[in-house]
Write a protein of this length. Structure first.
Length: 436
């Protein structure tokens, strides 16, 4: 039965996502009311620039005082889409204190200090939902948190940043260099004017922390995630991956240790076989590959950013939270009972692709192989190709070594020793090989 009193929603932020949330609430008001069991009422919109024209939003709802808005005792749900750490953290905890549940898309805050938010929500008996914080419209967090609640997730491997996937896809498909591909991403609106958060892996690392926490029922902070960006990926790396039957992706990888006593979370470029489902993810799309003990291998795919996709995830959470309000219940909160430690990158075991610039003379390969053996890193394949030096003469060669699985610490020691060899002119690139 439909109840007549509307559920009041406060919207914090009215940019690309917030304005789309308001539009959908107005356009699909009847459908949303039928799904929830009560009508929704947009009760206030907190913004920084009140003079800006916002089509479809009553100017009387606009306010610059977000604190006063969340303190109103009649607000049922606060939707936070302003991003950043502060004032978002204070506004969310204040909303809980004054009786509202919260829907957030704030990946940075959840990765940095999710524990504070979860504790405040539990203390006040309110919901904190955040599906939109990872992978846009893709239903991912709720399946991990609820559908797989009876299973044991061992690994989450994903492309969770559309900007970097677009750049690497262009480098692979057109032969463009990094700078050229970034310029195209910027022109198309995929990359911000300052793309640092995307290309240096900060955005993906925040999402990896959230994914690892949910998948392994333990607290993982942003500082726990090993992070490498893609600014050093070259056309030569892309070409070398292609020769191996691979492509290069910026991956977020969350793994449970084989003994089950720890977890790791990392973000870095990696080569993955073309046969892997993630290899076919093109343009600015996202995809996450989940490996669970009983369910097996699952993949979630779709648009990972943008106003409409992110707003879709926000509205999904809003419907769920409103249903809980009507039923006077709350959904699942934080699950961190395992308290597993997060291991360092040094303990991660994987394969590696190492490209070396070496002297083209007898004995070099033997020297290089000896260094790998001394650090207990087994070589799988070697490819050597001579080339002309800057003077147009011989004497230089490119040596590409692909290893078997080895700890990251052992590989780091190997590379450090290789750099000390007189016959090694330089370590051109190091890239992990995943997804096999």
């Amino acid at each position: 039965m439909m109840r007549t009193r509307p559920l009041k929603v406060a919207l914090l932020g009215c940019g690309v996502v917030g304005s789309e949330v308001a539009r959908i609430m107005a356009t699909h008001a009847d459908d949303l009311a039928a799904r929830i069991g009560a009508p929704l009422e947009l009760a206030g919109v907190a913004v920084r620039r009140p003079s800006k024209v916002r089509e479809g939003i009553d100017p009387a709802l606009i306010t610059t005082d977000a604190t006063a808005l969340v303190k109103r005792g009649d607000i049922d749900v606060v939707v936070e889409v302003i991003g950043g750490i502060e004032p978002a953290r204070t506004l969310i905890t204040t909303a809980f204190e004054h009786g509202a549940s919260v829907v957030s898309a704030n990946k940075a805050l959840l990765a940095e200090d999710g524990a504070t938010l979860f504790a405040a929500a539990e203390r006040h008996g309110k919901d904190l939902y955040y599906e939109a914080a990872v992978a846009g419209a893709i239903p991912l967090l709720r399946p991990l948190r609820e559908s797989l609640a009876g299973d044991k997730v061992n690994r989450v491997l994903g492309i969770v940043n559309g900007t970097t996937n677009f750049i690497l896809d262009r480098m692979d498909s057109s032969g463009a260099g990094y700078s050229e591909a970034l310029d195209e991403a910027t022109a198309l609106g995929y990359a911000e004017a300052d793309p640092t958060a995307d290309v240096e892996g900060f955005d993906a690392a925040a999402k990896a922390a959230i994914l690892a926490g949910i998948a392994f029922h333990t607290r993982v902070r942003l500082d726990d995630v090993h992070r490498e960006g893609l600014t050093e990926v070259t056309a030569a790396d892309i070409a070398s991956a292609r020769r191996m039957g691979c492509t290069v992706k910026l991956l977020a990888i969350c793994e449970r240790a084989a003994d089950g006593k720890s977890v790791t979370a990392r973000v870095h470029p990696a080569m993955i076989p073309l046969s892997h489902p993630l290899a076919s993810v093109r343009e600015a799309y996202n995809a996450v590959f989940v490996e669970a003990e009983a369910a097996g291998q699952l993949m979630f795919y779709g648009p990972g950013a943008g106003g409409p996709p992110t707003a879709s995830a926000v509205l999904g959470d809003l419907v769920a939270v409103c249903r809980n309000r009507i039923g006077e219940s709350t959904g699942p909160g934080e699950s961190a009972y395992t308290r597993l430690p997060v291991s360092s990158m040094a303990e991660v075991v994987t394969r590696y692709h190492i490209s070396l610039d070496v002297a083209d003379k007898p004995g070099v390969l033997a020297q290089v192989a000896t260094v790998f053996a001394e650090h207990d890193v087994s070589i799988d394949t070697v490819r050597q190709q001579g080339r002309l030096d800057s003077a147009g003469l011989g004497g230089e060669a490119s040596l590409v070594v692909v290893t078997h699985r080895a700890p990251d610490a052992a590989l780091s020691g190997t590379v450090e020793a290789l750099r000390k060899l007189d016959t090694v002119r330089g370590v051109a690139s190091i890239m992990r090989v995943e997804g096999e």
